[in-house]
Ligand binder design. Structure first.
Ligand SMILES: Nc1ncnc2c1ncn2[C@@H]1O[C@H](COP(=O)(O)OP(=O)(O)OP(=O)(O)O)[C@@H](O)[C@H]1O
Ligand SMILES: CC(=O)C(=O)O
Length: 587
């Protein structure tokens, strides 16, 4: 429970009216404060780490875990309440209910990412997804306006604040790729076998003619040749180029299917992908940089970069983020979706904070039959290098239209869970499909079932986990986590507890994929959200000290009071601050 601390007004009201100047200095003292402004503008408190949002009706701010500041804006002053939350524990209501009802073993270890689109952008729809297990909401800057995305971010924040969730936000950049334009307002169009379609770079002011597709790349008609094969969305629909007439390219449909707005286009010649053009393009386009500025200003948790070719671009982006947003802990996710990204895989993953196997575009660049082995390679390498990995695209594609998945889709999801990927992602299924919640439930249920089966069969795989630490202290942390996870399996403990300020020790434990859940206690809401992408972690926000004894006592009493643990449960605890392993029964 929060309690008011300082800055109390003489009338004992929990609010204190402060001049703007004082508030500005308050915000300087707490550099990670996020400020949500009401309908009024409030430029005096804008600082590099504050975030002005014209849609929220209250001022809310959270510091590094010690204090919560809330208030209401008046014409030229702010009513502020400073609260101590030293006695509170933040965990979402769904996890709390699951732990209470089914105990530790029932918790899902595989995390779920949902792409938010027209089917899921409302507050109630987002809430249903959060209740259904969404850990990360992905916004794809390929679609929609920044204003649209801003509203989604604001709703997810409100959901977290009001309902206790820790749904993280991942912003995915568009990247430099050739894609189709809008379909004249239609949500999709069907291309039938043998039909002739026109792909054009012209602008059509008075409506799009029938069977015409706009292409975003001016050099398209010059670059393609008659006889080339044109793949939409990595082969969901195929065409053959039959004729070039100025800016128009006539194509015959050879594999029918559904065309979606802004779908990606690749062209193949003599059985090989035509790559010259892609090699000339920057990985991060000028529009992407504007989107990245938007993401930084909005304080998103992850930025996913499309068509990464080398580690250089990741390093470049990370230094840009560090310069633009001091103290920011935005994580950079490399999307593995091109031949170059596979060629330079290890250096890319080492440079990134995580990776996504973006099978949609990857399947357009390498033969489809090579996608499963590429997925396995990326998942394994990420685990070895201690980076979270997301398996994405077409996991439940048929559920865009139908309420049940195909058996093959369930097998595909099971395989990703069996590979112990950190997270699975829904794309069109949640963005524009007819059954977003059902699709999420399928991911949740399949994950739970496969994880249980894996544990029942005691299939601990002996994956070699190389040392990833660069210092002696890092190596000690790694050894502690490896040993703690092994002990947890051998002693069949109920849960691992980790007290971590940066999240690093939690990720080292997650890398071991232990048999029991990992309760990760961290002091900031941003680290709590970031940990929500990682396998097996149940992130809590809690203020804690360097004294493990008192941390444990406090945690036990808070968790017991909320019915999430009980006396006698066996726990192993490790921490960032104290390099030790403690095994104990909950008193
Ligand atoms: N913000 C949005 N507004 C409108 N439609 C969207 C939005 N986000 C996604 N969609 C729809 O959902 C579909 C699937 O989403 P997804 O994010 O996978 O897009 P994509 O075009 O395949 O891009 P990528 O290759 O980056 O995944 C899109 O083709 C689009 O029709
Ligand atoms: C997710 C994505 O960008 C892809 O699969 O191509």
């Amino acid at each position: 429970m929060s309690q008011s601390l300082q800055f109390l007004t003489p009338s004992r009201s929990p609010y204190l009216t402060l001049p703007k100047q004082t508030v500005t200095s308050l915000y300087r003292r707490f550099p990670v404060i996020k400020l949500l402004i009401g309908k009024h503008s409030f430029p005096a408190v804008k600082s590099s780490s504050s975030d002005l949002d014209a849609t929220s009706s209250k001022v809310g701010a959270v510091d590094n875990g010690q204090t919560v500041v809330t208030g209401v804006l008046s014409a030229d002053s702010v009513a502020v309440r400073v609260q101590s939350d030293s006695g509170s524990l933040e965990v979402d209501t769904v996890t709390e209910a699951e732990l209470k009802e089914n105990g530790f073993r029932s918790t899902r270890r595989t995390k779920l990412v949902c792409t938010i689109g027209p089917a899921t952008c409302g507050f109630e729809q987002l809430e249903s997804l959060a209740v259904g297990g969404m850990n990360v909401a992905r916004i794809n800057m390929c679609h929609g306006t920044r204003e649209w995305h801003r509203r989604v971010i604001e709703r997810v924040r409100r959901l977290n604040e009001e309902k206790g969730f820790a749904v993280a936000i991942m912003m995915d950049t568009e990247g430099s790729e050739i894609h189709m334009g809008e379909l004249g307002g239609a949500p999709s169009a069907k291309a039938e076998d043998g039909e002739i379609w026109t792909f054009s770079v012209r602008a059509f002011d008075s409506g799009l003619p029938e069977r015409t597709i706009i292409v975003n790349y001016d050099g398209f008609a010059e670059d393609v040749k008659v006889g080339d094969e044109l793949l939409v969305d990595g082969g969901m629909v195929r065409f053959e180029v039959t004729e070039k007439i100025g800016p128009d390219v006539k194509c015959r449909c050879t594999d029918p299917g559904l065309l979606l707005p802004r779908a990606n286009l690749t062209f193949w010649r003599d059985g090989s992908l035509v790559r010259e053009r892609n090699a000339m393009l920057p990985t991060i386009s000028s529009k992407d940089w504007l989107d990245i500025d938007f993401g930084i200003a909005e304080g998103v948790d992850f930025i996913a970069i499309s068509f990464v070719k080398s580690a250089e671009v990741i390093n470049h982006l990370k230094s840009y983020i560090a310069a633009r947003a001091r103290d920011s802990d935005i994580a950079v996710i490399a999307k593995i979706e091109s031949i170059d990204s596979l060629k330079n895989l290890e250096e890319i993953i080492r440079a990134s904070d995580g990776a996504m196997v973006a099978r949609g575009d990857l399947g357009a660049q390498i033969p489809l039959e090579q996608v499963p082995s590429a997925q396995q390679r990326v998942v394994k390498l990420c685990r070895q290098l201690n980076k979270p990995v997301i398996v994405a695209s077409q996991l439940l594609e048929s559920m865009i239209e139908y309420p049940t998945p195909t058996r093959a889709e369930v097998a595909d999801v099971s395989e990703a869970v069996r590979q112990r990927a950190d997270a699975l992602m829904l794309s069109g299924e949640s963005a524009m499909g007819q059954y977003p919640e059902k699709a999420l439930a399928v991911l949740r249920n399949v994950s739970l079932r496969i994880e249980r089966w894996w544990r029942e069969e005691k299939r601990y795989e002996a994956m070699e986990l190389p040392d990833v630490g660069t210092s002696f202290a890092d190596s000690i942390s790694e050894e502690i986590c490896n040993s703690a996870a092994k002990m947890a399996n051998n002693l069949e403990v109920d849960a691992l507890f980790v007290y971590t300020k940066t999240g690093h020790m939690a990720s080292l434990l997650s890398r071991c994929r232990p048999d029991c859940p990992i309760f990760a206690f961290t002091t900031t809401t941003s680290v709590r959200r970031r940990l929500n992408l990682q396998w097996g972690l149940i992130p809590f926000r809690l203020s804690f000290s360097d004294d493990m004894e008192s941390n444990l006592n406090k945690t036990f009493s808070l968790l017991k009071a909320r019915g999430m643990i009980k006396s006698g449960d066996l726990v192993i605890a490790v921490s960032d601050m104290l390099q030790s392993i403690q095994v104990m029964n909950v008193p």
